[in-house]
Design a protein around this ligand. Structure first.
Ligand SMILES: C[S@@+](CC[C@H](N)C(=O)[O-])C[C@H]1O[C@@H](n2cnc3c(N)ncnc32)[C@H](O)[C@@H]1O
Length: 249
């Protein structure tokens, strides 16, 4: 069972310590009403969410990325014939993104006026930001541009990044930039952004890949009726792109 709980080689206790430290630092630098999205998975999310709450963040829900991964769904190892009708754990079909907010200063409207935070940007006048987003694994053309093993797809990340600045003002920070998908999404939308990545090779690769990722036309046709974000016009955003700031740590 232990390997299931590994997080970049860390055990559950170390993961809690890591996220407790992250939550403390994030709380210190964020303005009131700022939102934090944390991509996780159904096995580990409690290790991430607990420390965020203990440090004073409010849980504002979870965004469900509907995506089929290869995790789970197997029959018992070395006994799959004997237990042909058994699945050891569910085949994973979703990815939770914890959504947290630093408490607002006063009412949401006061906070929006003063700090430009506190809410999430609507998809359109008719459509609020919704918490179930149909997605797909990252496309091969995106992986060819940025070969990071955990690269998230632009079609999904652009929807989340757009939502996190309710008035389109402020700075998007990704302290675990990886292949640069968040920063590329911010660039494509025209948001100011800062990316931090501890691995110098990943950092250099992301910095090189971000302009090309950001210039990709949106494939966020946003299919579905559930949480449909069909109002988004990523292609329009791309042409209006401003340069994101990528900062090595
Ligand atoms: C899951 S990946 C992020 C993938 C990214 N969302 C994308 O779509 O490409 C996490 C990244 O965080 C980096 N990382 C881990 N610990 C870090 C730390 N303390 N400071 C900065 N980056 C860190 C890892 O090197 C890894 O590239």
């Amino acid at each position: 069972m232990a390997p299931l709980y590994r997080l970049d080689g860390r055990g559950p206790l170390q993961a809690s310590v890591f996220f407790s430290d992250f939550a403390r630092r994030a709380f210190r630098i964020l303005v009131p009403g700022a939102h934090v999205f944390i991509a996780t998975n159904p096995l580990l999310s409690h290790l991430v969410y607990g420390p965020m709450l203990e440090r004073g963040f409010e849980k504002r829900g979870e965004v469900i990325r509907l995506v089929q991964t290869l995790r789970g769904g197997d029959r018992p190892k070395n006994a799959h014939r004997e237990f042909a009708d058994v699945t050891v754990m569910p085949r994973s079909s979703w990815e939770p993104w914890g959504l947290f907010r630093k408490p607002c200063e006063g009412r949401v409207q006061d906070n929006l006026r003063k700090w430009k935070t506190g809410g999430l940007r609507r998809v359109s006048a008719e459509l609020p930001f919704c918490d179930v987003i149909p997605s797909a694994p990252t496309r091969p053309e995106e992986r060819a541009i940025s070969p990071h093993p955990s690269l998230k797809p632009q079609s999904f990340v652009r929807q989340v990044v757009r939502a996190c600045l309710p008035l389109g003002a402020g700075i998007v920070l990704d302290p675990f930039m990886g292949g640069g998908s968040t920063i590329a999404a911010a660039v494509s939308i025209g948001y100011e952004s800062i990316g931090i990545e501890v691995d110098p090779q990943f950092f250099d690769a992301a910095a090189a890949a971000i302009p090309a990722l950001a210039a990709l036309p949106g494939n966020g046709k946003a299919s579905s009726k559930i949480g449909s974000n069909a109002g988004l016009d990523f292609q329009r955003s791309c042409t209006a792109a401003a340069a994101g700031t990528v900062t090595p740590c």
